[in-house]
Design a protein around this ligand. Structure first.
Ligand code: FES
Length: 67
């Protein structure tokens, strides 16, 4: 051991067409506000359609157009 280890690594999963899943607990900074999340996993919106930004509310599942 070197004694120089950094903080534990967190896993972040990027879901194509969906959110970014971040292992918690985390602090999310959004529009200058710090939001403390104690959940084991946090879903961050990538599509911009969520009504609870910066978090995903599954709005990405709705298609934009129906054929
Ligand atoms: S990624 Fe899920 S609502 Fe935007």
């Amino acid at each position: 051991m070197t004694g120089l280890e950094g903080p534990a690594r967190r896993r972040i999963r990027v879901i194509r067409g969906g959110p970014v899943l971040v292992e918690g607990p985390v602090e999310v900074v959004h529009d200058g506000e710090v939001i403390v999340c104690d959940r084991f996993q946090v879903a961050l919106c990538q599509c911009g359609r969520s009504k609870i930004l910066p978090f995903c509310d599954t709005s990405h599942r709705r298609s934009r157009r129906r054929n």
